[in-house]
Design a protein around this ligand. Structure first.
Ligand SMILES: CC(C)(COP(=O)(O)OP(=O)(O)OC[C@H]1O[C@@H](n2cnc3c(N)ncnc32)[C@H](O)[C@@H]1OP(=O)(O)O)[C@@H](O)C(=O)NCCC(=O)NCCS
Length: 152
């Protein structure tokens, strides 16, 4: 029987990771970010790309923007082969730590109203819904829940 590889602690992504993160994007999102846009994000001083390795692969990643006293979680995704192993928990904890250290008082995010796994994840950390944006998402059309977590 093959031994399941343990995830390595979250780390900051570098340019050599962008191809793998773009592949993860394509697997996880209908509006996947391209490698070129990930490169722009990596180079933005306010952006953090945080990833988790399992073996030689990037199994999960998050994109966080640090915007003064607020932070925005734009992406969090785990490859389907590595879901329900706690990788998103690892990323959320890393993002909350990073945002707090940067002086953010809140973290904001948007999530599709039907995305039960992500909503359950955010609920665990105490995110609350501040606003519903009707028909905000396309492909398929769906409401967005605008949620926030106070770090104070
Ligand atoms: C949401 C997502 C990131 C969770 O990743 P994961 O690594 O499987 O999550 P974890 O194993 O760390 O679980 C974290 C929590 O998420 C929730 N969760 C994850 N998958 C779930 C599921 N299928 N059903 C219900 N809750 C779920 C649970 O609250 C879980 O905590 P628990 O295991 O202590 O109960 C993953 O399903 C994913 O990549 N989805 C596609 C991309 C996406 O929709 N991202 C969010 C929008 S940007």
């Amino acid at each position: 029987m093959m031994e399941r590889q343990r995830p390595i602690s979250p780390r900051q992504a570098c340019k050599e990771d962008l191809c793998a993160i773009a592949a993860l994007e394509t697997t996880c999102f209908s509006d996947a970010w391209s490698e070129a846009s990930l490169k722009d994000t990596l180079n933005a001083p306010y952006a953090r790309l945080i990833c988790v390795d399992v073996g030689n692969d990037i199994a999960a990643y998050a994109c966080l923007y640090l915007l003064g006293d607020g932070a925005e979680l734009l992406r969090i995704a785990t490859h389907p082969a590595h879901r329900r192993c706690g990788l998103a928990h690892m990323l959320m904890q890393a993002c909350i730590k990073e945002a707090g250290e940067a002086g953010a008082q809140s973290i904001y995010l948007e999530v599709r109203a039907s995305n039960a796994p992500a909503i359950a994840l955010y609920d665990t950390y105490g995110f609350v819904t501040d606003l519903v944006r009707k028909n905000y998402y396309k492909n398929p059309t769906e409401d967005a829940l605008c949620r926030s977590l106070s770090l104070c």
